[in-house]
Design a protein around this ligand. Sequence first.
Ligand code: ADP
Ligand code: MG
Ligand code: ZN
Length: 497
Amino acid sequence: MKYSYQPVIGLEIHVQLATATKIFCSCSTDYIGAEPNTNVCPVCLGLPGALPVLNGKAVELGIKAAMALSCTIRDKTVFHRKNYFYPDLPKAYQISQYDLPLAEGGELFIAGEGGALKRIRITRLHLEEDAGKLVHSAADGRLEGSECSYVDYNRGGVPLAEIVSEPDLRSPREAREYVTSLRRLVRYLDVSDGDMERGSMRVDANISLQKKDAATGEILYWGERSEIKNMNSLRAIERALEYEIRRQTVVLENGGVLELETRHWNDGDGVTTSMRSKEAAHDYRYFPDPDLPPIEASPALLEKVRTSLPEMPWAREARFRNEFALPEADAALLSETMPLADYYEICVRSGASAARASNWVRTEVLRVLNEQNIAIEQFSLSPKDLGALVRLVDDEKLSTTAARETFNAMIRDGVSLEKALEASGGARGKLSGNALADTVRGVLASNPDVVAEIFDGKDDKGKKKKFIVGLVMKEARGQADAASVGELLDTLLQEKP
Ligand code: ADP
Ligand code: MG
Ligand code: ZN
């Protein structure tokens, strides 16, 4: 009998919510680069007598994400204590949610195999507090030679939304798609900056293998899942899952047994290693936090959040495809973040053709953002000006070369479109016909030596002709296109000078 192995994947994603203060106290959440243990207070340090007060903004952002994922918001939600000891958790319990999470039963659509939309069910979205950070150091200046660990509680108490998917993903590529879609969503909603490298989005991946009869598809055996921790990039997620598929396949092929376990992804070595057999919920002795009353969803709050929802990124992407006839990949790229999508759309609404505006934004604009290492919000050229510039090209009032020069001048000199056009001689339209021929003749006349050499057949690989074309282009200040100059030159060079 022939077998095949089908991966089954479900993800638990921790998203750091974009609040200014922590979830149960008023300490700042701005911990990156802060002096260790400066953003702390008795509440987030778990000192005796301190009481948590729920941050309304965190609830609001959680509801916003949940609504965008089509989850049902619970009428009543409760915080539980999840008990375990670890030095980054000063209370020896984490305030989280258990059987009454903020929201349940949603969905997110991803591009599945073959491009068709695939529905991934969302099990739940709940709120919890983040833990502190341990810094393990063997060579720290303060305690030279000794091995020691430090703990920084600045991150402790920062609000997280944990979003749990059903095991609906079937390949590492789908897992990557799902994370990408979710990241785009939380960014659109301003729920989180979604920055994986900085830890604003942390993914735990659960994966098991089904051994199937290749002929009938019948599941012959379904191994226990392992949960992989410590992946902090899309690439790491994909690689870790691919590794885990290979590892689990080998175990099953050799008649081994897969245990429910937690594994650690080692990015440098490209392997997962076992950390511990997986703990179960009862190990944590969950119980409702007596310091935090249950919260009931107020219709007014729900309404407020509902009306604050923007056009969803996938809707915008579809609209870009339909309304502007953009290819799939271009629509996806331009709708990746709301500011970029807005920029592009204003360009088009300012009169530029959708296709040319798309080209300009994807190539020229993104190139400059990359060179200047800035976000689109900091880009000096307004989308209105770019739209107007592209419009001139659409109307053939400006050659692409001249438009590019104008574009660069606007950015370099920080001037408006009018000023840049003035400086470059204005939108004169492309040189053609007699005007272009005159320019070419002028250049030929002032370079008799080169022309004579071309006549004598001394033009090594057409370099001299190229040189002449270059001079004409310069003379035309970008108002000519190189191909027509080349053709014209061939004709004119037939004439005796
Ligand atoms: P825990 O907190 O114990 O990890 P959760 O219910 O919070 O449990 O999360 C379980 C995760 O594991 C979910 O994302 C779910 O989709 C995934 N999962 C459950 N069963 C399987 C399975 N057989 N194979 C792969 N993933 C699974
Ligand atoms: Mg888990
Ligand atoms: Zn605090």
